[in-house]
Ligand binder design. Sequence first.
Ligand code: GDP
Length: 424
Amino acid sequence: MANCAIVGINWGDEGKGRMVDLLTEKYDVVVRYQGGGNAGHTVVNDRGKFALHLLPSGIFREGVVNVLGNGVALDCENLWTELKDVRSKGVEVTPEALKISERASLLLPWHRELDALEETRLKDKKFGSTRQGIAPFYADKYQKKTILAGELFYPDRLKVHLTDLLEWKNLTLRQVYGAKGYSIEELLDWFGTYGEKIKPYVCDAAAFLRDAAEKGKRILFEAQLGALRDLDYGIHPYTTSSNALASYAPVGSGLPSAKIDTVVGVVKAYSTCVGEGPFVCEWFGERAERLRSAGAEYGAKTGRPRRVGPIDLPATRYGVRVQGATTLALTKLDVLGYMEEIPVCARYRIRGRETEEFPFPALLDEAEPVEEVLEGWQCDVSGVRTWKDLPQAARKYVEYLETALGCPIGYVSVGPERDAIILR
Ligand code: GDP
C-alpha cells in the first residue's frame, strides 16, 4: 500500500476528506493534484470540525507533509482565508507541513469574475458553477495564459508577464461582458497582499516528492469531486474542468512516474449531486426531503441543498471502472437507518429498453430509473465498530453493493467522526 489514491466514485461529496483524515495515519505525504477551492471536504476529528477547500486533509496529522501539486487551481486569496481559519482553531500550518508546487498556476481575481459573468449570461441555462473561477482558470491554463506560483520569486518578470495577460484579459472582460476590467496597479496590489502570504510555501514540490518516493515514503493522493464530474469521463458538459480520476494523480501531483498501488473509491450509501445536469436516480418531494435532512445534505462550500436519491448502480459501477478502484469505502450507511426498505436504482430505462450500463451523456436526459428494494435495518448503527455487530440487513446491503459494483468494500463508515468506521 505504498502509494494510494483516495477518489470519488460519484458526483463528489462522498466523504473523501473523512477517509483521507482517517488513512493519513499510515502515510507520510498527502497530495492534492487537481481542482481548486470550489468544493469542500468536511473533516471531523479530535481538533474540531473543519471545512477544507484547497488544503489537503493531511494537515491535521503531525509529521505529515502536505503538497498542493501543479495540477491544482491555486487560489491564493481563498487559500489564505483557509489557512487563517484552521489557525484560529489551533492548527498551525508551517512551510514544512505544506509545500506548494512552483508549477501550480495561480487563479486570479478575473477568473472568479469571468465565472460569475458567464453564469449570469447563461441565465436559466447555467451550469450551476460555484463561481470560484475554476472553468475560466483551466481554460486559461490550457491556453498557457496563466502565472505560475514560482514566478512570485521573480517580481520583474512577473510584472511583465502580468501586464501582457492583463491586456489580453481586459479585452474579454470589457468587450465581451462589458465589465470594468483591471489595472496593473490593482493586480500588483493583489499579488502584494495574497501572493506574498503564500510565497513561503512555494517550492520545487516535484523534487520533494521524488526524494520522498526514493526514500520509500508512503504517499497519499487526494482527489476532489468524483468520477462523474471528471472533465473527460464525466457527464459532459456538467463536469468540472479538471481530471478527478486516480490516473491523473501522478501528472497533477508532480510525480509523473508514480505507480498507484491502491485506489480507494469513496461511495456514499445513497446518491447526492450538487448543481445542474442529469441525475437519473433523483428523488423529489417528501422522500427527498427526508433523506436530505437525515444526511444533512447541504454543500460544504455553498450551503446549497444537495439533490438526493438512492444509490445509482449504473453510475456507480461506471465510476468504479473509470477510477480503477481496488477497494471501496462506503460512507454514510448510518443515514439509511430510518428506512423500512432501502431502494436502489438498479437499472435505467432508455427508449423502452432497460440497461445496467451507464450511457453516453446525451442519452441521460431520456433515462428513467428502475428501482429495486432491499430490506431496511431500522436502527441506529452509528455506534457500531465491527462487521459482526452490524444488523444482518445492513450487512446484506453492503454485500449486495459489493457484488453489484464488482469491487470489494474494505471500509464502511457509520459517522463523520474519525473512529466511526468498520474495517473489513
Ligand atoms: P468530500 O468532499 O468527498 O470530502 O465530502 P463532503 O465533506 O462534502 O461531504 C461528506 C459529508 O458527510 C461531511 O459532512 C462529512 O462529515 C459527512 N460524513 C462522512 N462520512 C460520514 C458517515 O459515515 N456518516 C455520516 N452521518 N456523515 C458522514
